[in-house]
Design a protein around this ligand. Structure first.
Ligand SMILES: Cc1ncc(C[n+]2csc(CCOP(=O)(O)OP(=O)(O)O)c2C)c(N)n1
Ligand SMILES: [Mg+2]
Length: 297
């Protein structure tokens, strides 16, 4: 447990740094680290309150989302439809709690919406919905995000727009044939404005990636499809910042960042544990998880 007090995850956004483009490009690393911690705490509360699933999947991408939303994405919460905005598709749409937490922290909608996650009449459903401010595309049926991202990147290129398209994929999702059609398509069309981030946590819903359908050697496969390939620690904020801020890395190839991650990262009893794909933390487990992050219920 951290010895120094942490800010409340429900503190109002207005008191923090102004993250609107382009001012946020100079934010300190500590802000990104704290952002990741806050969205983990939100996601834990949301999932526990709703007795919902997929907390392990959510915690796995907290650091990736944090770097994207505090350091990389050119988006403006006051103008979510700005044509020149960068696009992000979270294709692993079951990890919706952490995306909604990041969007709320980034100012796309009020933080108090998070309390109604998965409740009747809530806008915040259990899979990613484009009815939520800041969301580009509804996802949840795996294998669709990368094909759609290819279309967005191709359209931007043809229109002469400078915005970039990012897509977060899960490793189990790469079992879908549609992903490999899109990987082939993006390489062929030299979509350098497209970046895929693979959340390589090595666990699917019912088993390890290695046992269910082995992806190794993963980087070599993307490379063979004409992608620029990077492998990084998906929880190392500095590595994520360098990799994600540097794209496009080549003028005529899309980029894939294979982010080695840990499902359930940040909560000791959830890390690398298959059961936290579906299990929801009860009140005692929630309290313990929040304490590990430096928060309380
Ligand atoms: C097309 C499709 N088939 C099956 C599912 C059910 N499903 C939900 S999550 C998941 C796999 C989860 O593992 P992974 O893709 O590695 O994501 P992680 O939870 O590790 O982020 C599956 C098969 C789905 N959402 N979409
Ligand atoms: Mg996985």
């Amino acid at each position: 447990m951290h010895s120094r007090p942490r800010p409340s995850p429900h503190r109002q956004h207005a008191t923090r740094y102004d993250l609107r483009y382009p001012w946020y490009m100079s934010v300190p690393v500590q802000l990104t680290v704290e952002f990741a911690s806050r969205i983990r705490a939100h996601a834990l509360r949301m999932v526990s309150n709703a007795s919902a699933a997929h907390i392990g999947s959510a915690l796995s991408i907290a650091d990736i989302l944090s770097v994207l939303y505090t350091h990389v994405l050119r988006v403006d919460p006051t103008k979510p439809d700005w044509p020149e905005r960068d696009r992000l598709i979270v294709s692993k749409g079951h990890a919706t709690s952490i995306l909604y937490a990041a969007l709320a922290e980034r100012g796309f909608f009020p933080l108090d919406w998070l309390a109604d996650y998965c409740k009747d009449e809530s806008k915040l459903l259990g899979h990613v919905s484009h009815h939520v401010p800041g969301v580009e595309v509804s996802t949840g049926s795996l294998g669709h995000g990368l094909p759609i991202a290819c279309g967005m990147a191709l359209a931007a290129k043809r229109d002469g727009r400078s915005n970039r398209t990012f897509v977060i994929l899960s490793d189990g999702e790469l079992d879908e044939g549609s992903c490999w059609e899109a990987i082939l398509f993006a390489g062929h069309n030299r979509l350098s404005n497209l970046t895929a981030i693979v959340d390589y946590n090595k666990i699917q819903s019912f088993g390890t990636v290695k046992d269910v359908l082995d992806l190794d050697p993963l980087a070599a496969k993307w490379d063979a499809f004409h992608w620029h390939t990077l492998e990084i620690d998906g929880h190392d904020i500095a590595q994520l910042q360098v990799a994600l801020s540097s794209v496009p890395l080549e003028a005529d190839r899309p980029t894939v960042i294979i982010a080695h991650t840990i499902k359930g990262k940040g909560v000791s009893f959830m890390e690398d544990r298959l059961e936290w794909h579906y299990k929801s933390p009860n009140a005692v487990q929630l309290e313990q998880a929040l304490q590990e992050l430096g928060y309380s219920c």
